[in-house]
Ligand binder design. Structure first.
Ligand SMILES: Cc1cc2nc3c(=O)[nH]c(=O)nc-3n(C[C@H](O)[C@H](O)[C@H](O)COP(=O)(O)OP(=O)(O)OC[C@H]3O[C@@H](n4cnc5c(N)ncnc54)[C@H](O)[C@@H]3O)c2cc1C
Length: 223
């Protein structure tokens, strides 16, 4: 569908939230992602589209997502940064399995590495909007406290536990297992290295693979 760039807002140094408007609401479930195609991206080895996790709520014409920018970045990211208000772009259908389970009583463990927290923001907002309290444990691994984004949203949800892990400390799968119920569904989102590392450790500790749901943000070496 066609979307129109509206504005972007800096959430932390190098981390921006982008807002687009669509003519009709995009059909998606909180936690899903979609690919954004930009016009005029030249000589980008990865092409003119990237996938982003939606941070807005379904049912509105406002769409948002979070992006990390680096000093050295691809032509796509340069183009994204240079968009003018009302410039058109194209968004594919939303996809992804990192969504809330049907059974509201299932304990949920959200594990975010850096801007991987974006995958959980629409879910939190939906639950807050519906005044629905699910048992959620949040582990948020960050390179610096300055990159702690969406604090207002996570702080306004009645979490069972919120653990922020700042580098050089590392989140350990054993800590997750020791502090959460054995029947919890564990959701992982972050860089490929972060997600694959925790996934492998959880598996080694005996977590059934159907209890682990994950998305990783490809293309980033670190988040
Ligand atoms: C399911 C899914 C969900 C995702 N959700 C999000 C999301 O919500 N937000 C998000 O930001 N991304 C998300 N991604 C990742 C996103 O699609 C991009 O792959 C990612 O943003 C990297 O973009 P890029 O390739 O333009 O690289 P950049 O972000 O420009 O760069 C990535 C790294 O490569 C380095 N680099 C870039 N260009 C060069 C160069 N010419 N020479 C040397 N080094 C260079 C940069 O310095 C940086 O370290 C998601 C991916 C998937 C699969």
């Amino acid at each position: 569908m066609q979307v129109f760039f509206e504005r972007r807002e800096m959430l932390a140094p190098g981390i921006w939230q982008y807002f687009f408007r669509s003519e009709e609401p995009l059909d998606f479930v909180p936690g899903q992602y979609a690919s954004l195609h930009l016009p005029g991206v030249m000589h980008d080895p990865r092409g003119s589209a990237r996938t982003f996790s939606l941070t807005s709520l379904p049912g509105t014409s406002c769409l948002s997502f979070v992006v990390k920018h680096f000093d050295l970045q691809t032509p796509y990211k340069h183009r994204l940064q240079a968009l003018h208000p009302n410039e058109p772009a194209r968004l594919d259908h939303a996809m992804g399995d990192l969504v809330l389970p049907k059974h509201a009583g299932t304990p949920l463990v959200f594990v975010a590495g850096g801007i991987g927290i974006a995958s959980f923001i629409s879910m939190f907002q939906k639950l807050i909007e519906q005044r629905e309290e699910r048992p959620i444990f949040l582990y948020y691994s960050l390179r610096s406290s300055r990159e702690h984004i969406f604090r207002n949203i996570t702080d306004s949800y009645p979490l069972q536990l919120k653990q922020v892990i700042l580098a050089p400390n590392r989140l350990r799968a054993q800590e997750i297992k020791d502090t959460t119920p054995p029947n919890a569904l564990i959701y992982l989102s972050g860089s490929q290295r972060f997600v694959e590392g925790i996934h492998a450790d959880l598996t080694r500790l005996g977590t059934p693979h159907e209890h682990i749901i994950f998305d990783y943000f490809d293309g980033y070496t670190q988040l």
